[in-house]
Structures are given as structure tokens and as C-alpha cells.
Ligand binder design. Structure first.
Ligand code: DO4
Ligand code: MG
Length: 293
């Protein structure tokens, strides 16, 4: 099953694609995912004539606009789960402990890096703008496979997430991590939540990032999730240890594609992230203008 949502005159409508049929869900998508995971019937009526594929390319048709597929009460991130992230993050002039950068240490440590990332009101969906903070000159997209969890840490589905990060702020001092990671428009996900039965093995998915600038590909990079060193189950185990999470929490599993200092996002760029079996998440980029009081 795949879940998506549209906005119609300010109201959210949830849909599921199940056995090639589009169903208008009668309940919150998180509840529908839980029912589906328990092999219970998904409640809703079959819909005809909704061209969701056109919505994926145009974002808006008439008064229908695609949006994020659910409202996660919490979004958490896992860091340095791929060797490439360890290398690229360590290139900055960062703190060392006993001769190793903090990123090299966490890569080898038993305990993973788990950080708070967002709440639903900070997240955007397909076709909606991700944001460069007004005080950042170097912001990067981080294309990641993310999992939607129930309150016991069971995986309800998978999605594409962009863990947009103000890299200069974290590089200045890692204690600034929350400011580099958490702000309005720093988290994009969608266009779908795809259930585990359609994903199969999550460790054999291709992730591709493209930054489009003035209509041309400005940056492109790819990785396969087989390269993930810190497995998803291990990340979840640490996330939920002594830390109650609500149903619908999202955990994003880390990036392996880290464009360099000269590849930071600019206002007007478009970021495209594709993950096999899920689709492509497309988001324009805007630079926030600080409002002086
Ligand atoms: O502190 C570093 C964050 C790392 C991260 O977000 C990632 O590896 O994806
Ligand atoms: Mg990340």
C-alpha cells in the first residue's frame, strides 16, 4: 500500500493506492497504516478519476494540491550511518577526542547518533519549499530513507526524507546541531509512505540526489542502502530506549550523499530525491529573509 495526501481548500484528504485502486481513506493515515500492519481492512471508498500521477508532476491541479502524506508528531534523525558521511563530515575543522573527529568516533561507537529533527509543523511535502535559514551561507540537502514507526518501534512504512542541514552552523560548533537541523522547512518528506510488503529488502534501494539550478543539473550523486553501516533496527532500538515515541513518529536513517562546500543550496534551486520503490520527492528551495522587529 502507498499513502498520499492532498489539500483541497485548506482541508487534507488522505488516499491509499492498494492493488492498483485509489481509496479515499476514512481515517487518519497513521491509523490506516497501523490497521494495514495488523492485516485489518483499510477503511475507505474506491475513487475514480483522481490522476495522482499528474499531481506528482504538476503538484497542483485545480483546487487539489499534493502535500506531506501524514503529520508526524515527532521526527528523529540518525547520523553518520554511512562511511561517506563519516568522511565528509570529518573534513570540516571539527572537534577531536583522543585524536579522532567526533564523527569518526560515533561511526565506530556502539551507540549511534540520534537527534531530534522536527515536528509536523516544520515539515513540508512534495512540491513545497524547503528553506535555507536566513543566517546560513552553506545549507545542504541530505537525501535519506526514512521509516514511519508505531509507538513500539514497529516499522509501518518507508518514505523519502530530506534532512536539510545548515552545515556552516554545525561546522562552526557541533553544539549548534539543533539550530542547524531544526527550523521551519528543514524537513521534507513524501510523496508517499510505502508499506514494508512493497519495499521488501530496505538494504537494496538506490537513493539519488539531484540539485537543479537554472534548469540544469548542478549536482548529482547516488548511493545504495546496502552501504548503510548502522542498520535501521539498531537505530530504532536506540531511539526508543527509555524514550516513548508516539504512533507515526518518523526516523530518518542518515545520508551518504554529502555535496561539498561549493555545492550549497541557493534560492531558486530545485532538489529532487529518488528512492527505488518509493518515487521522487521534488522540492523548490527558498532562502528565508530575516524579519527585523
Ligand atoms: O551531526 C551530524 C548529522 C549527521 C547526519 O545528519 C547524517 O549523517 O545524515
Ligand atoms: Mg542527515
Amino acid at each position: 500500500m502507498k499513502i498520499f495526501r492532498v489539500l483541497k481548500r485548506g482541508y487534507c484528504i488522505s488516499y491509499a493506492i492498494l492493488d492498483n485502486n485509489v481509496i479515499r481513506l476514512d481515517e487518519d493515515p497513521i491509523k490506516a497504516l497501523i490497521r494495514y500492519s495488523e492485516n485489518k481492512e483499510v477503511l475507505g471508498d474506491k475513487v475514480v478519476g483522481l490522476n495522482y500521477e499528474e499531481l506528482l508532476t504538476k503538484f497542483q491541479i485545480g483546487d487539489l494540491r499534493i502535500t506531506k502524506p501524514l503529520d508526524p508528531p515527532e521526527v528523529w534523525g540518525s547520523g553518520i550511518s554511512y562511511e561517506m558521511a563519516r568522511e565528509r563530515y570529518s573534513e570540516e575543522n571539527v572537534a577531536k577526542i583522543m585524536g579522532k573527529t567526533i564523527y569518526e568516533r560515533v561511526y565506530d561507537a556502539v551507540r549511534p547518533e540520534i537527534f531530534f529533527k522536527a515536528t509536523s509543523n516544520r515539515c513540508v511535502g512534495h512540491g513545497e519549499a524547503i528553506v535555507i535559514r536566513s543566517d546560513s551561507e552553506w545549507t545542504l540537502p541530505e537525501p535519506e530513507l526514512a521509516v514511519v514507526l508505531d509507538s513500539s518501534g514497529r516499522i509501518l512504512g518507508y518514505t523519502i526524507m530530506d534532512d536539510v542541514s545548515a552545515r556552516d552552523i554545525e561546522a562552526d560548533n557541533p553544539l549548534y546541531l539543533p539550530q542547524s537541523k531544526i527550523y521551519y522547512g528543514s524537513c521534507a518528506f513524501g510523496p508517499f509512505i510505502v508499506t514494508s510488503d512493497e519495499i521488501g529488502n530496505p538494504y537494496n534501494l538506490d537513493i539519488t540526489l539531484r540539485i537543479i539550478r537554472e534548469g540544469k543539473v548542478f549536482y548529482e550523486g547516488s548511493v545504495n542502502t546496502s552501504k548503510m553501516r548502522r542498520k535501521i533496527e539498531e537505530q530504532i532500538e536506540y531511539l526508543i530506549r527509555d524514550n516513548p515515541i508516539p504512533d507515526g513518529t518518523i526516523l530518518t536513517t542518515g545520508t551518504a550523499i554529502v555535496p561539498g562546500r561549493d555545492k550549497g543550496l541557493k534560492h531558486g534551486d530545485v532538489v529532487e530525491i529518488s528512492i527505488s520503490k518509493i518515487g521522487t520527492l521534488i522540492t523548490p528551495v527558498i532562502k528565508s529573509e530575516r524579519k527585523l522587529k
